[in-house]
Design a protein around this ligand. Structure first.
Ligand code: AMP
Length: 558
């Protein structure tokens, strides 16, 4: 069977894009357009102006990049750019320029990122040689316009990317000046995550009869959002494989599906996980039906427990024993998040949905929360100490089971012989240490924590000011007391009485023994007597706070 044959309608080929562009997208492993691409590309190809409300992570870059690349002439090209893309920061300028270069590789697109802080002479040289697309921060773009090094005579398209950010950073005047200098017969495209009135006013002034697109238009019908424990983790891209492995080790899912964006990502992640001894199988639209059936059988008969898949390939998939859904990236549309997590938590069973988000994808996460009306609490990736503690609980449980069943045949004689030289306690300690070491995780580094607040970008033409560390200064604990860290906070609705209730209910402490309580957005700190902290940690480990299992440990800062 031909790959992709039964994977549903709505491909890039249906969007009337040039074959060179479609080939590149297939090569990149993109299986289908994201919702913003499906809606924005056709009107943009017709030459319409467009206002799109979409955040990073929706695939908006390709939504405006592909139509502007479509305009590049086949033969001789002018020295002056066909398209100008304005972005709020140098980081985004570089990222967008890289994306346009990638999408335009088969067309030989000449793309230049232009931003402050970089020597202007290098930019002048490239502009002088000729470019097709300029991606610029507004300050530097205006600078080049004033010098005459950026000529807009042949410009056909202007894109304002992340317009709200550009306004917030004080670029309104520069944008007005640039839009006043571009030919009036151009296409203007504006993308913004939010639509404050000032952006609306600007679009009325500079865009002509624009198509309006908003990706979170659909509202999930009330009560339809599945009952699933949802958690998010902010992780830098480079740490994602390690973070996923740590989370899987902690969660021990019996059957999980991990969603990726592209075929390449599926293949790469499957290989990485296999190399770490996980039983992972890939599933994407580039595989034949026979290959996909084989993978599904492995999942059903338990020879695999992780399915690494793209949305397209997982569509219509029927696995009824899935316990976990992992989003390796924030999905490109809030609706697809709802579809994905709907695969677990069926028929009254418990389901877990975990989302790895890069800091820049936070807005998408918030859009999902608005759509589902449910919070996705952000938690730290479990540390090595958390994992060790949970493994210890597993070892303990296994020991209790053997003790209760009395099934110790085969080792009795050896233990009796050892008892002649060692005390029973020494033998028990050594045996337990052996069992625990076998279950302990590899000696890995901890995964660095990422700040949960988006760092406000700074204008690249202004001196940078230092940003304060996010973590609040904590009070030291009183003498004789120690602080308990509980990985649940305001975001999950935790109140002081819930913490006192859980501690008093699970341990022999009473409300009087519990000292100060500090509740932050994501975690809580509770003062307990130093002599009791280990007992309390043990007692709380299997308890549930506000309906969820939370990480419990000694606070590292106390
Ligand atoms: P953006 O919202 O433009 O920053 O894109 C987010 C990410 O999605 C980028 O890593 C893109 O490479 C990726 N992406 C964009 N369009 C698609 C698509 N149709 N299929 C899979 N991945 C995509």
């Amino acid at each position: 069977m031909k790959p992709d044959a039964d994977l549903g309608a709505g491909s890039f080929a249906d969007l009337a894009l040039r074959p060179e562009l479609v080939t590149v997208l297939t090569g990149l492993g993109y299986e289908e357009p994201t919702p913003i691409q499906r809606e924005a590309i056709p009107p943009l190809l017709e030459g319409r102006d467009l206002v799109g409300q979409a955040a990073t992570g929706t695939g908006k870059t390709a939504a405006f990049a592909l139509p502007l690349l479509q305009r590049l002439p086949e033969g001789q090209r002018s020295k002056h750019p066909v398209a100008l893309v304005l972005t709020p920061t140098r980081e985004l300028a570089v990222q967008v320029a890289e994306a346009i270069t990638r999408y335009g590789v088969a067309l030989g697109a000449r793309v230049l990122a232009v931003y402050g802080g970089q020597p202007i002479t290098a930019q002048l040289r490239v502009l002088q040689k000729g470019v097709d697309v300029v991606v610029a921060t507004p300050g530097r773009a205006l600078d080049h316009l004033n010098r005459g090094s950026l000529k807009l005579d042949d410009l056909q398209v202007v894109v304002l990317d992340e317009a709200d950010e550009m306004f917030d950073m004080g670029f309104a005047d520069e944008i007005e000046a640039i839009l006043g200098a571009v030919p009036s017969q151009r296409q203007t495209v504006l993308f913004s995550a939010t639509m404050p009135p000032k952006i609306d006013r600007m679009s009325k002034r500079h865009l002509s009869n624009p198509v309006r697109i908003q990706i979170e238009r659909e509202k999930a019908p009330a009560g339809e959002a599945p009952r699933v424990t949802q958690t998010g983790h902010l992780v830098l891209r480079a740490n994602k494989p390690a973070a996923l492995a740590r989370i899987l080790d902690m969660q021990q899912p019996s059957a999980a599906i991990v969603f990726c964006r592209t075929r390449e990502e599926v293949d790469e992640l499957t290989e990485t996980l296999k190399a770490r001894s996980y039983r992972a199988e890939p599933l994407h639209g580039g595989m034949s039906q026979e290959q996909r059936d084989r993978v599904m059988n492995r999942l059903r008969n338990g020879t695999a427990d992780l399915l690494i898949a793209t949305d397209v390939a997982a569509r219509g998939l029927d696995v009824d024993h899935l316990t976990h859904v992992v989003n390796y990236n924030v999905p490109s549309a809030p609706e697809s998040y709802v579809h994905r997590i709907g695969r677990v938590g069926r028929a009254g069973r418990e389901g877990v949905a975990i989302t790895l988000a890069e800091p820049r994808e936070r807005r998408m996460l918030e859009a999902i929360e608005r759509l589902t009306g449910q919070k996705i609490p952000l938690e730290k990736v479990p540390s090595r100490a958390d994992l060790l503690a949970s493994r210890l609980a597993v070892t303990r449980q296994a020991l209790v089971e053997v003790l209760e069943s009395g099934d110790v045949e085969g080792v009795r004689a050896m233990v009796e012989e050892l008892s002649a030289s060692f005390s029973p306690k020494q033998v028990a300690l050594a045996a337990t240490a052996l069992a625990h070491r076998a279950a302990a995780p590899a000696d890995e580094e901890d995964i660095p924590e990422v700040t949960s607040k988006p760092v406000r970008p700074v204008r690249d033409d202004l001196p940078r000011t230092s940003t304060k560390a996010e973590r609040p200064a904590r009070k030291a604990s009183k003498a004789g007391t120690a602080k308990l860290y509980i990985g649940a906070g305001r975001a999950t609705g935790v109140r002081p009485q819930d913490l006192v209730g859980a501690i008093a209910g699970e341990s022999h402490l009473t409300g009087k023994d519990i000292g100060g309580i500090e509740i932050t957005e994501r975690f809580s700190l509770v003062e307990v007597p130093e002599t009791e902290i280990d007992t309390v940690i043990k007692a709380l480990r299997s308890s549930v706070i506000k309906g969820r299992k939370a990480i419990i440990r000694r606070d590292r800062d106390s």
